[in-house]
Design a protein around this ligand. Sequence first.
Ligand code: 3PG
Length: 306
Amino acid sequence: MEILVATEKPFVQIAIRQIREVTEAAGFKLALLENYKNISELLVAVSNADALIVRSDIVSAEVLDAAKNLKIVVRAGSGFDNLDLESCTAHNVVAMNTPGQNSNAVAELAFEMMLYHIRGGFSGKSGTELRDKTIGLHAFGNVGKYVADIAQGFGMNIYAYDPFVSERVMKDNGAKQCFNIDELYLKCQYISIHMPCNDITKNSISYDLMKKMPQNAVLVNTARKELIDETGLLKIFEERSDFSYLSDIEPNCKAIFEEKHKGRFIFTTKKMGAQTEESNINAGVAAARQIVEYFKTGEEKYRLSR
Ligand code: 3PG
């Protein structure tokens, strides 16, 4: 049995060593395709794989067609918008993710970007502080909870909106519940987005929503760039010089920001929320263990495909 790790953005080597230990201790062979530049390399590599571990790598019908022996694919991470779940089902391939394993890294990045930004990029210019400011968590899953935890340390006032999470859970994690999305954006100077990207949430951060944010608004996006209505974002930037956008990945309209809005944004060049040793180890090893368990016992916790 072969487990293939196929990552266009590789795991750190210590994570690979630990994935190998889990795989080989269970009697499976580990194959690696790291840093690949072209889908054709992936199509060749998957042809012998019984199981596949990926990060944000696209697992499309084309990839699944080429993976004749594939029984399971695990996205080492939370967001699974890169997996074609319908095709997985059609190909009899079980798809899973590893929720929560890289959440702390993503939450820390949200603060790293906020702190760097409000101190003027460490330029020596006078900045501002987080204490006593309001932060709104748009969705309160694993990452949202870690952000709330850190925000408490900074002495921030924390609000959250998530239709799937109870007031009790928010309260237990230090956040006050907002009953609708408008309330969150009206109340909070800082908004940190932590929802999945799907057909319902795509482009849902609209001009009307962003417009509600108070003076010196800072919108932080460590989720997916597709959640933001970029036309609306550009409009807000034209209208409000007090509005900032910090994003873990460049928006499509990056060139316009660079030309017209210097100092009011931070964009990472490559998505790096989960790019820490700890989260690579956590997510990679969890993925390997889930595959081993699936083959040995049929365990299907975190199954996404039906
Ligand atoms: C996730 O959805 O888990 C994060 O966005 C991490 O993605 P990555 O593994 O591609 O860095």
